[in-house]
Design a protein around this ligand. Structure first.
Ligand SMILES: Nc1ncnc2c1ncn2[C@@H]1O[C@H](COP(=O)(O)OP(=O)(O)OP(=O)(O)O)[C@@H](O)[C@H]1O
Ligand SMILES: [Mg+2]
Length: 284
């Protein structure tokens, strides 16, 4: 396969991507292709390089080796008459504006309302008129179920609500690709569902998404493909039914067993807590 054909065939194409921080080789040759409208869930133990990989796609870090194409364009560098050149800052900013990213921590601007947070990038970066941006921002807030909270500040919103504003904010730039890095892992358990619900709707609407998550239910139901990473390599990938229910590789099996045990321990802990609280309430 030539570089040009790979670029045109997929929305994201990573070829032999490596990343080192000093002597620490974090990614050791990642190959991954994501098609338009595909939802790919990225799983793997802590430190396996999931966040680093997303940050490379979004050019928040620079590649040590390999190539990444997004929407048919090489990111960070360009091919001019067969010679590779580093792209200009403005060009990199344009490429980054095609990608929306949602982090574990919501990273909203604390001094802006939900509506202002969503409006910020289209007004400042795309220089669109405030009126049209406002209309679209309100529609996005409605889509994530927060039309009534448009004038609230982040500190007046729950974690789940803040994360839904963060999703609306990323969507405001009309990205071709959405990257999610453990978007629910900082949330109280009862707030996880509302955020996953919004993400599920996005997936159903055909949004191309790469989602780092430990939410196995979401991966099973929503992902077209699951990619399991460990120690900087892709160990196994395939449809969720295969990778999650019938993994081939020993490392995948060990990881899934551990995630399951952890979920069970958390559920038991929640049950115990509920019992203690109920007892305390009845004794009052
Ligand atoms: N900016 C950085 N400078 C130096 N080392 C880094 C940097 N970012 C990440 N690393 C290292 O890269 C490795 C992979 O980190 P990364 O955050 O990508 O893992 P992860 O799979 O996202 O883990 P987690 O599930 O805990 O979020 C870790 O050993 C980490 O210490
Ligand atoms: Mg991470």
């Amino acid at each position: 396969m030539t570089a040009t054909s790979t670029a045109a065939d997929h929305l994201v194409r990573a070829v032999n991507v490596t990343k080192a921080f000093g002597t620490n080789e974090v990614l050791k040759g990642i190959d991954l292709a994501v098609d338009a409208k595909e939802v790919v869930c990225l799983l793997g133990p802590s430190g396996s390089g999931k966040t680093t990989f997303l940050r490379l796609i979004n050019q928040m870090e620079s590649l040590t080796g390999g190539r990444i194409w997004v929407g048919g364009e090489l990111i960070g560098i360009e091919d001019r008459n067969g010679k590779l050149h580093v792209r200009k800052d403005k060009d990199i900013a344009r490429q980054r504006s095609r990608i929306g990213m949602v982090f574990q921590r919501f990273n909203l601007f604390p001094h802006m309302t939900a509506l202002e947070n969503v409006m910020e990038a289209p007004v400042k970066v795309k220089r669109q008129s405030k009126d049209s941006v406002k209309k679209e921002a309100l529609e996005l807030l409605e889509m994530v179920g927060l039309a009534e909270r448009a004038r609230y500040y982040p500190s007046q919103l729950s974690g789940g609500q803040q994360q839904r504003v963060a999703i609306a904010r990323a969507l405001a730039m009309k990205p071709e690709l959405m990257l999610f890095d453990e978007p629910t892992s900082a949330l109280d358990p009862e707030l996880v569902g509302e955020v996953l619900g919004v993400m599920r709707n996005l997936a159903q609407e055909g949004t191309t998404m790469i989602v780092v998550t430990h939410e196995m239910g979401f991966a099973r139901e929503v992902a077209d493909r699951v990619v399991f990473m460990d120690q900087g390599v892709v160990v196994e990938e395939g449809p969720p039914k295969e990778v999650l229910m019938n993994p081939k590789e020993e490392r995948t099996k060990t990881f899934l067993r551990r995630v399951k045990q952890q979920a069970e321990a958390e559920a038991a802990h929640d049950e115990e807590l509920a019992r203690i609280l109920a007892e305390a309430a009845s004794g009052e």
